[in-house]
Ligand binder design. Sequence first.
Ligand code: G3I
Length: 323
Amino acid sequence: MTDEPTLREAADDSDFRIGAAIDPDALRSDPSYWRTASNEFNAVTPENALKMGPLRPSRDTYDFGDADAVVDFGDRNDMYVRGHVLVWHNQKPDWFQAWDYTDDQLREFLREHVHTVAGRYHGRIDAWDVVNEAVADDGSMRDTVWYDALGEDYLADAFRWADEVSDADLYYNDYGADAINEKSDAIYDLLERLLDRGAPIDGVGLQMHALGDHPDPDSVAENIRRFQDLGLDVQITEMDVAFHADDPPANPDKVQAEFYRDVIAACRDAGCDTVVTWGVHDASTWLRTFRDFSDRFTGDPLLFDDRYDEKPAYDAVKGALRD
Ligand code: G3I
């Protein structure tokens, strides 16, 4: 027996949320997975199960089985639940083709989707990523099926539709915008425009996929503060820390731990209280299976290793929470 608190206890003691993205198959099949998730984290989000593709096997059916499993797990374990994601250009159903719809029909399709999914989890999901990755890497609006048909209006509409059926806090979520840069400038301008139009946006999610090039923590803190000055809450929503596979540092575990520590510290200094890591343990990271990412990046970006043992990054996060 040890009196050392778990990560979850350290987070609870600091009024902080430390979360993990969850794979429902692993939850069902691997006791070490769900024990680690429930003992060490006080927040969860389904990694894929709430996306439109996995949710909608055919035009007229929804399959909420996997999403319910993750939300139920969060409920039972008294965790904060982030819903990810209502409107995105990726992971749409295979049967869905934009050219089957007029623009008005697409708008109605999206409204029905947001109402059905956000409405189902009224009172059970605490925060929703309403729109994900609407801005391209150069700061222009991303050319998606939604933007192509509906223009910028689709964002304000999506937040309004979610607000009509959900009591969750509503977030805009994106990657590569963690620090002050061209893309986060563009997102800042976009959110300011949407807020001016009365869109019910509560916050912004900075994903923090630190893959190779890690943002400067001071700039991350400055970025968090400027969004807060717009009246928005800021959460770190998808954190993982990897290195270029062909050029890792000599001591990757140490560098990784220091970056986790610096981000948690920057977040807390700026008054942000939620960091979700993008997976429970290294064996379940998306980096090992996604496209050619396993060739491009090191594949152990999380707080627990393949055997669920605590890594230096785990101790660093706990230390940053107790400082
Ligand atoms: O489940 C199917 C399986 O049935 C099929 O046989 C197999 C063959 O391709 O694919 C499986 O689906 C994969 C799914 O992950 C579940 O493993 C998809 O191909 C794969 O594309 C999908 O990748 C997900 C990715 O989003 C899609 O863009 C990753 O798991 C997920 O971690 C990642 O998460 C995103 C966030 O939602 C948004 N921010 C970036 C983040 C990382 O890309």
